[in-house]
Design a protein around this ligand. Structure first.
Ligand code: SF4
Ligand code: SF4
Length: 437
């Protein structure tokens, strides 16, 4: 009885809230909130927390509307007591619905994936918050759906939030990180380049600003040095590395996904690179920085700069096709890409680490799956991966005794893993929504 009452009140409150936004012509928001009604019957445990938050926000919205409407009626000397009673009742109803969701009886209604309720609710909440913030702050419609159907961006945010929880459920719940990560990463790269191709083909909405630049990661550093402006990508990269360390290179880079695809394509066992190549990225970083500064100082035309960047990018593709695919290793990312070395070095500021337990028997199984060359026997003896580790997590499932794990100061390794994946998956979903040239 109590369960039915709570669910009925929650559904009614959601419908009233969506009708409220419909009254203001916010169709996208109206439809997105109404969609939660269908989601209620999906009975996922994480959804209960999300509903509590949505209805609590609803209480604030109704209370604000209540005050404003009464003030306006009073100012114009119009009767307001009936209106106050109606809107006040809706506010109270929404508050009761939110509080009933906190009860134990209702908790048993949302009985699917209960052990993942908190991480999945956080993933959904963070994804929605990040995208809503980006949408609110951007001076142009940053979400694709808003470009084609103005005001419907809320639906895209809701769908990306749901997608992120689906990924979270698969990756956190089933330890499928090593299988799913390359797929979601490749999916992101596919969407990114599909938008670029469609944009170049004339579909302007697919481009962010219409001012194209080359999709070469080295330009994250080289571009601002040459132009003296355009720091957006550099800031985004820095913030991301501060949040998840070098995982930029294994979850978020649109080009890294190609390297990953090619080095897995022929199912070759990773073959470590010769040691002289380990500093390759330092040399390419020096080359990129020196070239960008020189081109700027000598006032060379933009054409020369674009040609230099294009050659650098094409050589990178050649490295992937010629070396990564043959060695089963991320040769582009670990020996060529200057952003990779910056990400690895800056990642040291970040507290996420991968650690090997003292009890490790040095069987070397983890070493055989690391495509970043970060787990040779010396690294295993030292109980920590080498500099090229991107925290991809592929090695974790390979250790039968779970001696290799994520580490974050003060957190249990399993919680550290969950927290790390929560942040990575949120960033992945947010990038999927907004990353465009
Ligand atoms: S697979 Fe596990 S036991 Fe074997 S070397 Fe790696 S961490 Fe040690
Ligand atoms: S050591 Fe493990 S987490 Fe680090 S790059 Fe290699 S496989 Fe990925």
């Amino acid at each position: 009885m109590m369960k039915k009452l709570a669910i009925t009140l929650a559904v009614l409150s959601l419908l009233l809230l969506s009708a409220h936004f419909l009254r203001y012509g916010q169709w996208g928001l109206c439809f997105s909130i109404a969609s939660f009604v269908a989601l209620v019957f999906y009975r996922q445990a994480w959804l209960r927390w999300v509903l509590i938050v949505v209805l609590s926000v609803g209480v604030i919205v109704w209370a604000d509307t209540w005050l404003n409407l009464v003030k306006i009626r009073m100012a114009f000397g119009q009767p307001w007591s009936r209106l106050s009673l109606i809107v006040g009742s809706v506010t109270a109803l929404t508050a009761i619905a939110a509080s009933l969701l906190l009860t134990e009886r209702v908790r048993t209604f949302f009985n699917r994936d209960t052990q993942l309720a908190v991480p999945l609710a956080i993933i959904f909440g963070l994804t929605v918050l990040t995208l809503s913030f980006a949408r609110h702050m951007a001076s142009l419609p940053i979400l694709l759906v808003d470009r084609f159907f103005p005001g419907w961006g809320w639906l895209q945010i809701l769908l990306l939030g749901l997608y992120a929880t689906w990924v979270g459920k698969k990756m956190i719940g089933n330890d499928t990180t090593s299988r799913l990560r390359p797929k979601i990463w490749g999916f992101f790269s596919l969407i990114f380049f599909a938008q670029l191709i469609l944009g170049l083909a004339g579909v302007q909405e697919m481009l962010m600003t219409g001012k194209l630049h080359l999709p070469v990661p080295a330009l994250i550093v080289g571009g601002p040095l040459y132009r003296g402006s355009g720091f957006f990508m550099l800031i985004l990269f820095t913030v991301t590395v501060l949040l998840v360390g070098p995982a930029w290179c294994s979850y978020l880079c649109y080009i890294g996904a190609w390297d990953d695809y090619l080095c897995r394509r022929w199912k070759k066992r990773p073959k470590n690179l010769p040691s002289w190549l380990s500093h390759g990225r330092v040399y390419t970083l020096i080359l990129v920085v020196a070239t960008a500064i020189a081109l700027r100082l000598w006032g060379n035309s933009a054409g020369v700069a674009v040609a230099s960047a294009a050659i650098f990018g094409l050589v990178g593709v050649g490295v992937m096709a010629g070396f990564s695919s043959r060695r089963g290793m991320m040769v582009h990312c670990t020996a060529y890409c200057p952003i990779g070395v910056i990400s690895n070095l800056m990642g040291k500021i970040n507290p996420w680490r991968l650690r090997i337990d003292r009890d490790c028997n040095q069987c070397g199984a983890c070493s055989k799956v690391c495509r970043y060359g970060a787990l040779d026997m010396k690294n295993i003896e030292q109980r920590k991966p080498g500099l090229t580790c991107t925290l991809c997590g592929d090695c974790i499932a390979s250790c039968k005794d779970s001696y290799i794990r994520y580490h974050f100061p003060g957190l249990d390794p399993s919680v550290a893993r969950q927290a790390f994946l929560v942040v990575c998956i949120t960033l992945h979903a947010a990038f999927l929504g907004v990353a465009r040239m």
